[in-house]
Design a binder for this molecule. Structure first.
Ligand SMILES: [Zn+2]
Length: 439
């Protein structure tokens, strides 16, 4: 299991622990045999730092762009909603106009039918007038002789009166027929006028609707133009983002290269140090009286997260893992790795329940994430190598039961593995002893 160190607490914690651990630091412990290589490593480290800062700038820029893109996308959604609303209104206008058009067509048909009827009446009237004219002409042609003859054929005054009535009835009948036709025609004309006026009203309404429709169309057109602009801005923004993301990838690959470079330079420095004829105290580890005692029972000799640089399991940020993680079941006993005095025994930030033992020769050992109530020692107490000081837990920032074991020499964290040359550690969860340097 890996120890999860939150950056904020990590810094605070490291500062505090460093203050504790540098109590017995004496100067001039490390010699200068590896100075040349060490300076290369230090240059690499500073390059790495500059890449890290570039990466952080780049990430800020990326997140800025992302939030701009998000805001544009939300504007775009709003615009599309607006246009949907326009479309709905336009559809309503179309349907209203089409209904109106149907009404106008129906009225037009009625007017047409009435016009046809008037035409027929006109024809009838014309025919009737022609008949009447015929009768009159006939009467004239015959010198009114017929009617006169009718009258002259009277045999008596009463017969004359009767005959005069007959002539009058013929004339009146003809006149009546023509009057009736005229009345029909007048009624139809008035119907037509009323229908035409209704039709005009409908036409006016339609003009009104059509002008509203045109205005709505113009609005929809403007909305479309704006949407097009938004889309094009969004594309531009997306292109910028893609470019930044590409830069991001390239910086990250530079960081990976630089990390590999540092590893190589460190290996070279270590080799140079081994090859040099300088006295042994010039290279780590500095003098410790004998090997350290293993802090767990021998059956727990695997490492789930080695010492050295790693990318934080949470933030992905570059960090130094300042110890080794030794997975073991809950309540597995923890033993003091060396004789010394307890300087921390209790909860300590992300380390959880933690014990730190200060030994001679600038050596300190740290035992983190112990189970609640498991710590068996108190501050100020002297302990001996191999004595049980506590038990495995997962308090503090831990995702599983393990002992985070740290070794500090003169206030600097060193890789604890080097104190157990006789142990062939197995590395689990894909980590390996050569993944990171710092031997
Ligand atoms: Zn750890």
């Amino acid at each position: 299991m890996e120890l999860i160190v939150k950056k904020r607490f990590g810094k605070y914690r490291t500062a505090l622990i460093s203050a504790v651990l540098s109590v017995s630091v004496s100067a001039a412990m490390l010699g200068g045999a590896v100075t040349a290589s060490a300076s290369t490593v230090s240059q690499d480290q500073s390059k790495l730092q500059s890449y890290q800062s570039k990466l952080s700038d780049n990430k800020t820029q990326l997140s800025k762009l992302q939030s701009q893109i998000d805001s544009m996308k939300s504007q775009k959604d709003q615009q599309i909603q607006l246009m949907d609303a326009y479309d709905q209104q336009l559809a309503l206008y179309s349907s209203n106009i089409s209904t109106l058009q149907d009404q106008i067509d129906t009225l037009q048909q009625t007017v047409d039918q009435e016009s046809a009827a008037i035409g027929q009446d006109q024809q009838n009237l014309t025919d009737g007038q022609a008949q009447f004219a015929d009768i009159m002409r006939q009467a004239q042609d015959e010198g009114d002789s017929n009617t006169i003859m009718i009258l002259l054929g009277s045999t008596s005054i009463s017969d004359l009166i009767s005959r005069m009535e007959t002539v009058g009835e013929i004339l009146a009948y003809n006149q009546g027929v023509m009057n009736g036709i005229s009345q029909d025609q007048a009624a139809l004309q008035s119907d037509i006028q009323s229908n035409q006026s209704s039709e005009q009203d409908l036409q006016d309404s339609m003009s009104q609707l059509q002008s509203e429709q045109a205005a709505m169309n113009a609005k929809a057109g403007e909305a479309q133009t704006y949407l097009d602009q938004l889309n094009s801005s969004l594309e531009g923004e997306q292109a910028l983002y893609d470019q930044e993301a590409k830069d991001n990838d390239s910086i990250q690959s530079q960081i990976a290269q630089m990390t590999a470079q540092i590893k190589a330079d460190q290996a070279a420095a270590a080799a140079a140090s081994r090859a040099s004829s300088s006295p042994p105290q010039s290279a780590p580890p500095p003098s410790v009286n004998g090997q350290l005692g293993y802090p767990l029972p021998a059956s727990h000799e695997s490492i789930s997260s080695p010492f050295g640089p790693r990318s934080s399991p949470i933030t992905g940020a570059y960090e130094i893992h300042d110890g080794i993680d030794l997975p073991a079941p809950r309540d597995t006993p923890i033993y003091a790795a060396a004789d010394g005095q307890v300087v921390i025994a209790g909860p300590y930030y992300t380390y959880g329940n933690c014990v730190v033992i200060l030994s001679s020769g600038g050596l300190s050992t740290l035992y983190a994430h112990q189970d609640n109530g498991a710590i068996r020692v108190t501050v100020g107490e002297n302990v001996t190598k191999g004595e049980q000081i506590g038990a495995v837990g997962m308090t503090g920032a831990a995702t599983g039961y393990h002992l985070h074991f740290g070794v500090s020499v003169n206030g600097k964290w060193v890789n604890p593995v080097q104190y157990f040359p006789e142990i062939g550690f197995s590395y689990i969860d894909g980590c390996s002893p050569t993944t990171y340097g710092y031997q």
